[in-house]
Design a protein around this ligand. Structure first.
Ligand code: ADP
Ligand code: ASP
Ligand code: MG
Length: 426
């Protein structure tokens, strides 16, 4: 089989009929090369499904209206995308909505995370059905595949881990033969299945990771993420005006950026690609002739300062009660709890009698942490903070980022400056 390429289209790149036509144009450009296309839910559908799930537990009276909105959003796109040929597709989608409705008619499952995953997958299933029907009408030969038949995960719902052996085997058995016929494979990002055939998901924004996992299993020549930005910039263009495009960065740099919270790529994406030396391109779906950013091993010239801002941070102060030091024994106890709750530590520092952790505000997990620590420690949590990371900082950038901010703590290590500030705008 010829070498495989992987494309990934996120929510913004399939948010309406025009965006889906653009996807078809990108696929028409690919000639005689096996291609896997990973697609997210349309626009903000995953957020809408989260509201629906919450309503199922807490406000069931809202369900009919939320459900109708979801259906209408997709049906409207179908009507404007292919007004002449919408009938068959609407029937196909209707089957999906009926299936979702069955779930909503029952009581919600006592395990929230499990229940969430059984519902949230409908976003990706609906979007890929729509894109697939449009491609078919356009004569673009492809096969729609349910990612749950080959993305095999553990049962840690909402944050499932890939079972690599099973996934690789399933990809070889199911995806490779389709690609060998030089067909395009259209599949969903983000979603998978446990070995017990229950739907699971890889964590919010996980479609990037799906693309990387498939590229790894298929020994792809490259992966391309089509996004609503020109590529990876020196900061989030939604937050900063004066950002420039990074034409080339190393896996290492990309990993650092995602680690510190750059939203442009999902955290887990880089490793499977780096391990097989597969380059990742981040390109603009609005400007397809522009090369965007290439992420690979090649070393680049000195990089400009790169800023990553992670909002919604909490500073946790864990203090001993009896004037004893926070020493190795206590630290290992604290970390055992942090790790069992799958809390990601963004920054930390220890002082004589307390230990500071900066983490994302995930209320449920933090409440469990507080309860777990309360017996032996005084625990204070301060929310509403931002973690600002600057890579390759120069003095001008440091001055700019410090200006007007209340800094809670700050540190520098190698090429990385970090500070935690109160969120009061940038
Ligand atoms: P997708 O739905 O395709 O996965 P995302 O919305 O997750 O797309 O990622 C693209 C967004 O990432 C951009 O709209 C931008 O606001 C944000 N972003 C954050 N940091 C950066 C950065 N350094 N460069 C480019 N975009 C960034
Ligand atoms: N649709 C999912 C989300 O919004 C996954 C993704 O888009 O990457 O989180
Ligand atoms: Mg994303």
């Amino acid at each position: 089989m010829e070498s495989v390429e992987v494309y990934k289209f996120g929510g913004a790149s399939v948010k309406d009929a025009a965006a889906i036509r653009n996807v078809a144009d990108r696929l028409r450009d690919v000639k005689d090369q096996p291609l896997v296309v990973v697609i997210s839910a349309m626009g903000k559908t995953t957020n809408a499904l989260e509201v629906l799930i919450d309503a199922h537990y807490n406000h069931p009276a809202d369900l009919p209206a939320l459900f109708n909105n979801l259906q209408a959003f997709h049906n409207d796109i179908v009507e404007s995308l292919m007004p002449e040929q919408s009938k068959e597709l609407l029937i196909d989608l209707h089957d999906l909505w009926v299936e979702l409705n069955w779930i909503l008619e029952e009581d919600p499952h006592p395990d929230y995370n499990y229940h969430y995953d059984q519902i949230i997958v409908f976003g990706e299933l609906a979007s890929t059905k729509i894109v697939s029907a449009y491609l078919k009408a356009q004569g673009i030969v492809h096969e729609w595949m349910d990612a749950r038949s080959f993305m095999i995960t553990d049962s840690d719902y909402r944050e499932a881990r890939i079972l690599w052996e099973q996934t690789s085997e399933a990809v070889n058995k199911m995806v490779k033969p389709v690609l060998a016929q030089n067909k395009i494979v259209i599949t969903q990002g983000f979603i998978g299945s446990t070995v017990y055939l229950e739907s699971s998901t890889l964590g919010r924004e996980g479609s990037d990771y799906t693309a990387a996992v498939l590229a790894h299993c298929l020994d792809a020549t490259s992966v391309t993420f089509w996004k609503d930005v020109p590529g990876i910039m020196t900061g989030d263009p939604r937050q900063f005006e004066e950002v420039t495009l990074l034409k080339e960065i190393t896996y290492r740099e990309a990993l650092e950026m995602t680690y510190y919270g750059a939203k442009v790529i999902h955290q887990k994406t880089i490793k499977p690609l780096q391990n097989k030396n597969i380059p990742l391109y981040v390109r603009s779906f609005d400007q397809p002739t522009h090369p965007g950013t290439k992420i690979s091993t090649s070393t680049t010239a000195q990089l400009p300062p790169i800023v990553v801002v992670e909002n919604n941070q909490v500073l946790i102060q864990i203090a001993t009660r009896d004037f004893s030091f926070v020493a190795e024994g206590q630290l290992s106890e604290i970390f055992a709890l942090v790790s069992s709750l799958r809390i990601k530590v963004n920054s930390m520092r220890n002082t004589a009698m307390s230990f500071l952790l900066c983490v994302r505000n995930e209320t449920d997990k933090l409440e469990k942490l507080r309860i777990g620590l309360a017996e032996r420690y005084d625990v204070k949590m301060e929310a509403g903070l931002q973690l600002i990371t600057i890579r390759h900082a120069d003095q001008a950038m440091l001055d700019k980022m410090h200006k007007g901010k209340t800094i809670i703590f700050e540190e520098r290590f190698g090429d990385t400056d970090q500070f935690i500030v109160k969120s009061e705008g940038l």
